[in-house]
Design a protein around this ligand. Structure first.
Ligand code: ARG
Length: 462
């Protein structure tokens, strides 16, 4: 007597405890895989018919049924059931209701273990495509900002102390580079995700004469997996994806931190558009950079998913283990978080106003030209270390008098070194940036060239 009506219930004498049923079910979240799951099943079914493993008419019945299920899920009329545990068995159970016993042939030469591996790979590949598009859009926004502010000089920082003047465009282009690496990382991850696992069965392969290469072609995969045990146990591609996402979020978070600082009264470098800022429920004067703060905050949550996934996989014996079901919520949340962060942050940046005049003014303060003065002496033959000490004393003198270097007298300079001449007063923030005329430097010509190259990359590279 079979008292367990599950698809796998044959050897069970009892029904599953309700608590266990709820505990082990993943349908509340893995329903997001429905499109990939059905596409995989349709390809699998066609392959079974092509190989003569099932009949053509049976295949047609199954495919029609699967397409009807897809339509129901899409228009919201499909009834997902916890008792069917996951997306795979929900679809199969619905298929049986629609087309009857022939539905049972769909799972021939297949296991949920290779099925879920397939679904996850398809899902991650699509996510990467969407993320790369968003990263490109973000880069385009950065390029527009760089282009609009190509002549604006700002103080560059190290240790968050004013260090040397740089072009604001150079600063924006630094983030362009980070995102360029992010795109490369996602593309690299794509290559390893683009491997078709069906045919691995539960872990050892399958006994029927299936055609794996046909499946790979039908489902748009570049290759098929080479080891069935690895194929069902491997979630490296999810780890890599979440790691690449963590790094991308880290980049956004660094820019977010700058927007938070820059929009403070202390910096006053930028003003956020009203549409992308929020107020305070008690302090009427407040305008808060919530979007930037939230992007910064959500970065932690994506890191959390990475650590949680690595910890889940750590020590798992081959091959599939149910622990691996825990890969999904973190993955989905990572995709959602990264996509929405990219989108909203981009809009916020595009509408932000830069206080160019103030940036230029403070770019000259706090002795930021000291390095240029030391370089001046080095050009006249003084060893740089000595020049550093000389200018250090000059700065000290300026601080004591409460004057910037430009307000010191030539005699003050000469008191430190006879190499100084009146052309020392030609050093300005503009000469300072222009002097950094090396590839990758902040000189306007270099930045313009970098901007042109970045624009070419965005328009020519997919
Ligand atoms: N819901 C499962 C998961 O996400 C599908 C695979 C189940 N396989 C199994 N042998 N129970 O991992």
């Amino acid at each position: 007597m079979t008292r367990n009506a599950k698809l796998w219930g044959g050897r069970f004498d009892k029904c599953t405890d309700e608590l266990v049923e709820g505990f082990s079910a993943s349908i509340s979240f893995d329903r997001r895989l429905y499109r990939q799951d059905i596409a995989g099943s349709i390809a699998h079914c066609r392959m079974l018919a092509k190989q003569g493993i099932i009949g053509e008419d049976e295949s047609t019945q199954i495919v029609v049924g699967l397409e009807a299920i897809l339509a129901e899920i899409e228009d919201g009329t499909f009834d997902f059931k916890v008792e069917y545990e996951d997306i795979h068995m929900n679809v199969e159970a619905a298929l049986r209701e629609k087309v009857g016993a022939v539905a049972g042939k769909l799972h021939t030469a297949r296991s949920r273990n290779d099925q879920v591996a397939l679904d996850m790979r398809m899902y991650v590949k699509e996510a990467i495509d969407r993320i790369v598009v968003q990263l490109r859009t973000f880069q385009t926004t950065l390029l527009r900002l760089a282009h609009t502010h190509v002549d604006v000089v700002m103080p560059g920082y190290t240790h968050l102390q004013r260090a040397q003047p740089v072009l604001l465009a150079h600063h924006f282009l630094a983030y362009f580079e980070m995102l360029q690496r992010d795109i490369a990382r996602f593309r690299d991850c794509y290559r390893r995700t683009d491997v078709m696992p069906l045919g691995s069965g539960a872990l050892a392969g399958v006994t029927l004469p299936i055609d794996r290469s046909y499946l790979a072609r039908e489902l748009g995969f570049a290759e098929i997996s080479r080891n069935s045990m690895d194929a069902v146990a491997d979630r490296d591609f999810v780890v890599e994806f979440v790691a690449a996402s963590s790094i991308a979020m880290m980049h956004l978070s660094r820019l977010a931190e700058e927007v938070v600082l820059w929009s403070s009264a202390e910096f006053n470098f930028v003003e956020l558009d009203d549409a992308y800022a929020t107020g305070s429920s008690i302090m009427p004067q407040k305008k808060n950079p919530d979007v930037a703060e939230l992007v910064r905050g959500k970065t932690g949550r994506v890191y959390g998913h990475l650590i949680s996934l690595l910890t889940t996989l750590k020590s798992l014996p081959l091959a599939y283990n149910k622990d691996m079901q825990e890969d999904k919520e973190g993955l989905f949340d990572t995709i959602d978080t990264l996509l929405v962060s990219l989108e909203v942050f981009c809009c916020m940046l595009a509408t932000m106003k830069v206080n160019c005049r103030l940036m230029g003014k403070v770019a000259a303060e706090n002795y930021v030209l000291a390095t240029d003065v030391a370089d001046y002496l080095a050009r006249k033959g003084m060893p740089f270390r000595e020049a550093h000490a000389v200018v250090g004393r000059l700065v000290r003198h300026g601080i004591d008098l409460g004057k910037p270097l430009s307000d010191l007298a030539l005699s003050d300079y000469r008191a430190q070194s006879p190499l100084f001449d009146k052309d020392i007063f030609d050093i300005t923030i503009h000469s300072s940036v222009a002097a950094r005329d090396v590839p990758g430097g902040t000189a306007p010509d270099q930045v313009r060239a970098a901007l042109a190259e970045a624009t070419r990359i965005v328009s020519e590279e997919p």
